[in-house]
Design a protein around this ligand. Structure first.
Ligand SMILES: Cc1cc2nc3c(=O)[nH]c(=O)nc-3n(C[C@H](O)[C@H](O)[C@H](O)COP(=O)(O)OP(=O)(O)OC[C@H]3O[C@@H](n4cnc5c(N)ncnc54)[C@H](O)[C@@H]3O)c2cc1C
Length: 404
């Protein structure tokens, strides 16, 4: 029996195996992953794994026995290169061919690479996988100069770990402010302030023009502003959906593999889950591609249910987190959907939340060290809860009371 073939062995793949078996899927499952590791969590890569506080085996999502007991064969260190939708086969880089009855793409995303002159010099790194962190770590020493290209979440998390380690950190961001694509000016100002207090230099509205080899293996970073000399450069300038194999097979792709609310792609036997999928979200009333653990897990659950003949549409409030210094930022919903900003608490206290309202209803929340605001905010988003902005802004009014 051909069973299920899963391309990509990451967060979504691991959940898909677990959920398929829970839902009663009885056929064989084969998971093909091009990295040499069993499915692992990526969030710690720019946090406690980079800082050395978390061992590699703690990254693994489930122990090896789990896959054995689930009857799922992990084929690791091998890339799937081609899919034939007619013949229902997957060709591997080794030339081997796997037959499938149902196929899932859980191929995630890959980093957007710098294209400026000199971008291939040694000393310039990216951060997507365990191997990337292992390449960076030997250079991560107190006193070294690190230039981080890109002030998004990953860039700022690397900056926080580097600053704590005693490196001299400069973040170069092409846009007017860090986190500009993902949050409000209030949050950008707050995080830029926190980093500056920690000794990080932040250069905004500063594009990088190119790189040159400096003396003793250093890298000269040419920017629209000052020229910088770095012992290492880490670029975090966004990611692209890993969709080439799906696209070449003839599946509809548009900023990700296009799927419906059951994670079904444009071929009835094919699903796409996680970072690589472009899916509809009925709660938000729009299609989107998300890069988050929540999305990989919840969409895998929906796909497993659909594969097992118990379809339940995927309709969750997106959520995400970021750890920087002593700050836990928890985010729910999409702040760009809001047209009104309500701040609860004082950013100077490092414990506050920004609520984004749309037509008087909560559309998103960014909560800093503020778990109740995040938890209840998430419920409010799901319920499109209308709130009184004055009460929401008043920390003496308990969040629970606002749900009433
Ligand atoms: C540094 C970092 C920090 C992050 N921090 C957070 C965070 O704080 N919170 C949060 O919610 N999310 C975070 N994320 C995002 C989160 O990790 C991803 O959204 C999640 O891993 C997506 O799961 P996935 O299964 O779709 O893809 P992945 O987990 O990336 O797995 C995809 C796998 O498929 C493999 N693959 C691709 N193409 C092929 C092929 N043709 N053949 C075989 N294998 C293939 C890839 O190499 C990869 O191993 C972070 C990501 C990174 C990189």
């Amino acid at each position: 029996m051909a069973g299920m073939v899963v391309i990509g062995a990451g967060q979504a793949a691991s959940q898909l195996v677990a959920s398929l078996r829970t839902e009663g899927y009885a056929a064989p499952i084969t998971v093909v992953g091009d990295e040499p590791y069993p499915p692992y969590q990526r969030p710690p890569l720019s946090k406690k794994f980079l800082s050395g506080e978390l061992a590699e085996d703690r990254l693994y999502i489930r122990p090896a026995e789990f896959y054995e007991q689930a009857g799922a064969a992990l084929m690791l260190g091998v890339r799937a290169t081609r899919v034939d939708l007619e013949a229902k086969t997957v060709t591997l880089a080794t030339g081997d061919r796997l037959a499938y009855e149902t196929l899932a793409f859980t191929t995630g995303s890959r980093v957007r690479r710098l294209t400026t002159p000199g971008a291939d010099l040694p000393g310039i790194f990216y951060l997507r996988g365990i191997a990337d962190v292992k390449a960076i770590q030997p250079h991560f020493q107190a006193g070294k100069r690190i230039v981080i290209v890109g002030g998004g979440y990953i860039g700022l998390e690397v900056a926080a770990v580097a600053a704590k380690r005693g490196l001299k950190v400069t973040v170069v961001e092409a846009l007017e402010r860090c986190l500009q694509r993902v949050t409000s000016k209030l949050m950008s100002d707050f995080f830029e302030g926190v980093h500056r207090e920690a000794g990080v230099t932040i250069l905004t509205s500063t594009g990088v023009h190119g790189f040159k080899a400096g003396a003793n293996g250093t890298v000269i970073v040419e920017t629209a502003g000052p020229q910088l000399e770095a012992d290492l450069v880490v670029a975090g300038i966004g990611i692209l959906p890993e969709q080439e194999v799906a696209q070449a097979a003839g599946l509809v792709c548009e900023n990700g593999i296009v799927v419906d609310e059951f994670a079904r792609a444009s071929d009835p036997n094919v699903y796409a889950i996680g970072d690589c999928s472009n899916h509809p979200n009925p709660l938000l009333g729009r299609r989107l591609r998300l890069e988050s653990v929540q999305n990989a897990i919840d969409q895998a659950k929906a796909a497993a249910a659909a594969i097992c003949g118990k379809p339940k549409p995927y309709a969750e409030v997106p959520w995400f987190w970021s750890d920087q210094y002593d700050l836990k930022l928890q985010i729910a919903g999409l702040s760009m959907l809001g047209d009104d900003l309500v701040v609860r608490g004082d950013p100077a206290s490092r414990k506050f939340a920004a609520f984004y309202l749309r037509a008087g209803a909560v559309a998103a929340v960014d909560a800093v060290n503020a778990a109740p605001e995040y938890m209840i905010g998430r419920m409010m988003i799901a319920q499109k809860k209308q709130v009184d902005p004055a009460k929401l802004a008043d920390p003496s009014v308990p969040m629970k009371a606002l749900m009433g």
